[in-house]
Design a binder for this molecule. Structure first.
Ligand code: HEC
Length: 184
């Protein structure tokens, strides 16, 4: 179904969007310092009150710096790996803990058996994912953990404030176990 890759990309882009603005902001700040130094230099030289040339240099400098940093971050893929790999082995204990957390936090939408048929499902603008569906295999553990922590706009709430990282990984292990059982 459509939720698959499309959703994963959307989410990653949302993440990038936030991080990019940080970089552009850093570029802008560096540009402002640069502008200050240059405008002092220019006004000493030519006695102009408004240094138009410096202003343009400032804007270009900020954009160039921000752009370069964004490009560098894209090349290294730094923030896509923000959550890293799943630190918790998919043991029976972890899955049992995840299952218990699922019953408390997730079944209202995803259903007792995670088939997307919880009591709230008919009221939502997007159907809750069937977590037994084949496309779940396409999502990395870190993607699922990120969705659980940050929610999926506009319907699924964020659980990052209510669950510890360990609990989130247990939930990821539970969801994974629905199709793949326990880790060898
Ligand atoms: C208020 C309803 C709601 C609750 C509560 C909820 N979800 Fe969701 N969840 C959704 C919806 C709706 C989607 C599908 C989003 C979409 O396709 O845009 C979804 C998608 C997902 C996905 C992505 C599946 C895929 O393959 O695309 C995962 C994983 C997931 N939920 C896990 C959980 C877990 C774990 C919990 C409990 C901690 C939870 N959800 C709680 C509504 C909910």
């Amino acid at each position: 179904m459509d939720c698959v890759e499309k959703k994963a990309n959307e989410i990653n882009e949302t993440m990038w969007y936030d991080v990019n603005w940080l970089f552009v902001g850093a570029g802008g700040a560096a540009g402002a310092v640069f502008r200050f130094l240059l405008s002092r230099f220019v006004s000493q030289k030519s006695n102009t009150t408004f240094p138009v040339g410096t202003f343009i240099v400032n804007i270009s400098g900020a954009l160039l710096l921000g752009g370069t940093l964004v490009l560098l971050a894209n090349l290294t893929g730094a923030s896509n790996d923000a959550l890293g790999s799943n630190p918790t082995p998919r043991t029976a204990a972890s899955v049992a803990n995840g299952s218990a957390l699922f019953q408390i936090n997730c079944t209202s939408c995803h259903g007792d058996d995670a088939r997307g048929d919880g009591p709230l499902a008919p009221t939502l603008s997007r159907p809750p994912a069937d977590l037994h569906a084949a496309h779940v295999d396409d999502h990395a553990d870190a993607d699922m953990a990120w969705w659980i922590m940050n929610g999926i706009q506009p319907v699924m709430p964020a659980f990052g404030d209510q669950l510890t990282p360990e609990q989130v990984w247990d939930l990821v292990n539970y969801v994974r176990s629905l199709r793949q059982g326990l880790e060898e």
